[in-house]
Design a protein around this ligand. Sequence first.
Ligand code: CA
Ligand code: CA
Length: 378
Amino acid sequence: MRNTLLLLATSASLLSAGAMEALGHGRELRVTRQDNRLVVSHPPGDHPFSPLVFGQDDFNGEPEAIGALPVIGPAVLWGVPGLSITGLDNASSFSVEAIGHADPFAEPPVGDAPERYVWRWDAESEAVTLSDNGFSFVGVAGGTLTTQSFGAVSSSAPGPFEIADSLVGQQGYHNHDLVRFALEGGAAAPTGVYGVFMRFDTDFDAASAPVLVTFNHGVAYDLVAPASEAIYAAARPGDYNRDGVVDPLDHTLWIEQFGDSVAQAGLGADGNRDGRVDGADFTVWRDHFAPATPGVTAPEPGAALTMAAPLAAWALRRRNRTLSWGQKKTRPGLSPGRVDSLALQDAGDQHSSSSPSASMSSTTSPQRAKLMSSSPSK
Ligand SMILES: [Ca+2]
Ligand SMILES: [Ca+2]
């Protein structure tokens, strides 16, 4: 158990330069505009997350602080991922919104409850559940501490949380200061990988598609990517290629992986999260298939089995093969290891002198280690 003891007693301490430094670096969320809609993407380069899943798979994702925050109370605070925003209107505001309902990509039916906000992957059981701990967005726009908290399971949506009333001075760099993320409960929160679906919005553009952002609280970092994918799979069953829609491409992936075992439940086309890709996972896909084109229907199970039949011998030959994250067939170039996030992100990483918390500075890992072990009286 990490023994971080950085105590944040007041909002002033959060905003002051001396009380804490911005430790967050690592992989960023890139936000730009395409056809008047916000688009969120990864930086160029290989990484172990699928397109709509964002997390930190190395020490650059360490929490910024564990302690007490004003309003929120005990919390684990992350300054990552940073935001890199380009191509938006400088006059526009910028908001983040938690997307909580069972299908984060669908508008919730009126009156449908409960809304679900915080997911948790447990390292011991590999189970994905709704967290018992709430979550908060923490902003310092205009020099004022602002927060928006939402329960782990809530029957009401909190709505967008404005983290900038203007993007003047907020674009074109790797920005950790717009929003931070807090898991409520602090050190007492159960270890695990926590995930929140969120989308970004301005008053000039349509909101982005929901993306899953995950946070590691005490789990080995090589588990964060598969855990994040498992959370996505639990929240969006049938979307095996993680592109936000359940469509024939996912069926194709199921065929390709038919007969395979997966290294961790929920990877790839293991829709029912039992560790194997088989007929039950077709059922998961079929039950969630929502054709965008009228008249396009899911194959009947018999048809699916017919389609799968030619693969049977092939699958049998590979019966003992186990898919690991690094062997994910849809991404043949994916390496099982991690990328060097420091090398990826430091180029162009800078802090705005106009930012209210610009005095927070980045640190190297030895500095981080020093701060993370610092005492409350520091
Ligand atoms: Ca899909
Ligand atoms: Ca399965």
